[in-house]
Design a protein around this ligand. Structure first.
Ligand SMILES: Cc1cc2nc3c(=O)[nH]c(=O)nc-3n(C[C@H](O)[C@H](O)[C@H](O)COP(=O)(O)OP(=O)(O)OC[C@H]3O[C@@H](n4cnc5c(N)ncnc54)[C@H](O)[C@@H]3O)c2cc1C
Length: 419
């Protein structure tokens, strides 16, 4: 297994190209029991395993993944990171995640291609500019960077939008978070998998959890497609399948599964140097390192587990693209795909203990789970190790919805109708 990437290992492999690189993470057979099991080998499950091993010394643990590492939303998202929240628990949590991205490639010894290219959200009315000012001020009071751009300042930074008199929606200005940006999504999964494996974590692919075993109200293990595996500490981190897996332990969650689509065009020369979002409709775009314009919008809007989108939503998103940035009409669409998002009533996640002893929940990430990956892993590991939340995820308990403590930003930060 790879011990470390360095200039010497690159030189060695350059001089001996026939010698294969060692596997990035080990592929062990499952053991009959572990001190902790994490269901789901997406970004959150792998990050949790890594921080459990690194920060809490728990190394006899397994991540059980029904497919292969990166086959879920961690490899399907549009890679946007930001920390432009304004409600209590969200603000501190997402800013912590942003700070963790800044050093992650060094920590994992894996280039996650963190790009602080900045994100602008374009305002289409004066009252929206007022809302952005309010959000920006709250962010700045919490030490998070935010700038309000006038229409002229925005036009200088992002000249290719539709500033004409005939624009479908007039542009008034924007809010800009310069530290926001993008991160290479599958590198995050591979980096955490490799680092966790080096600390002794078992990453078991092609191992679907089909049942959660209990003795009274305590978990004792899981049934899987590769047999029974015992543990009295089980964390659920299965994103779009959260409600299904929780139901295996008798929990009914306020979570719905919806498909969210993303799109990429043919590659073109560098034009879009930021992530650009729009205040008129949930729409955002960025340009990949290969040159393709990557963009997306809202969920399709009905419950489904099918990882494939519907035409009507595709039409809405493409209309938004062309209305905001007319040059997009000249590009050919290369691919579009879907992923299953676990949507909660207030758009904020759950990282918490549950009413079943030894069972922990990480889910309900809606549109925003990728950017949360480092802080989610850190705090879920803390919660599993101590059977109590970290300060940063204390607000993400299941019972917040029953106590009038909703965190209602719809998971989308700076957008029109939530101002
Ligand atoms: C199109 C799209 C665009 C998005 N864009 C962004 C964005 O720009 N920024 C952002 O912050 N967020 C974005 N998101 C949301 C983000 O991708 C998710 O919230 C986040 O990736 C979910 O966490 P995860 O990485 O752990 O999920 P996943 O990678 O989905 O991991 C869950 C894993 O659990 C496994 N699993 C499920 N059931 C079982 C079982 N029974 N047994 C074993 N394993 C099981 C799955 O196979 C999967 O690998 C986007 C989502 C989509 C679909």
């Amino acid at each position: 297994m790879a011990k470390g990437y360095s200039i010497f290992s690159i030189l060695k492999h350059a001089l001996r190209p026939s010698e294969p690189w060692p596997e990035a993470w080990a592929k062990p057979e499952p053991k009959p029991n572990y001190d902790a099991i994490i269901i789901g080998g997406g970004g959150h499950g792998l990050a949790t395993a890594y921080y459990l091993a690194k920060n809490h010394g728990l190394t006899n643990i397994a991540v059980l993944e029904k497919g292969y590492i990166g086959s879920g939303n961690v490899g399907r998202n549009t890679t946007l990171i930001r920390s432009d929240y304004m409600l209590g628990a969200n603000t501190a949590f997402f800013e912590k995640s942003m700070q963790m991205w800044e050093g992650l490639s060094h920590e994992l010894d894996f280039n996650c291609m963190v790009s602080h290219r900045g994100r602008v959200v374009v305002a289409v009315s004066p009252w929206q500019m007022d809302g952005f000012a309010r959000r920006g001020n709250i962010m700045r009071l919490h030490g998070i960077d935010a700038e309000l751009l006038s229409r002229e300042e925005l036009q200088k930074e992002v000249p290719y939008l539709d500033y004409s008199k005939n624009a479908r929606f007039p542009i008034y200005g924007a809010i800009h978070q310069r530290r926001a940006g993008t991160v290479r999504h599958d590198a995050v999964a591979w980096g955490y998998a490799r680092a966790a494996s080096q600390l002794g974590v078992h990453i078991i692919e092609n191992c679907e959890v089909t049942g959660i075993l209990k003795s009274g109200n305590k978990v004792v293990g899981v049934e899987t497609s590769r047999g029974k595996i015992l543990s009295d500490k089980i964390g659920i981190a299965v994103a779009g399948h959260t409600s299904q897996v929780a139901r295996m332990a008798g929990l009914k969650l306020p979570v719905e599964s919806h498909v969210l689509q993303a799109f990429v065009t043919e590659p073109v020369k560098p034009i879009c140097h930021h992530v650009v979002s729009w205040g008129a409709e949930l729409f955002y775009m960025s340009q990949s390192d290969k040159g393709g314009m990557v963009f997306g919008g809202h969920i399709d809007g009905f419950n489904t587990f099918t990882q494939r989108g519907q035409f009507f939503k595709m039409k809405d998103v493409l209309e938004a693209a062309v209305s905001l940035a007319p040059f997009m009409s000249r590009l050919r669409l290369l691919r579009h795909w879907g992923g299953i998002n676990d949507m909660t009533p207030d758009g904020s996640p759950f990282i918490c203990t549950t009413s079943v002893e030894g069972l922990y929940l990480n889910g309900g990430w809606c549109y925003q789970g990728f950017k949360a990956t480092p802080a989610s892993g850190l705090t879920f590991a803390h919660t599993m190790a101590n059977n109590a939340p970290h300060d940063l995820n204390a607000g993400f308990a299941l019972d917040r919805l029953m106590k009038g403590k909703e965190l209602d930003e719809h998971g989308i930060g700076n957008w029109t109708y939530k101002q």
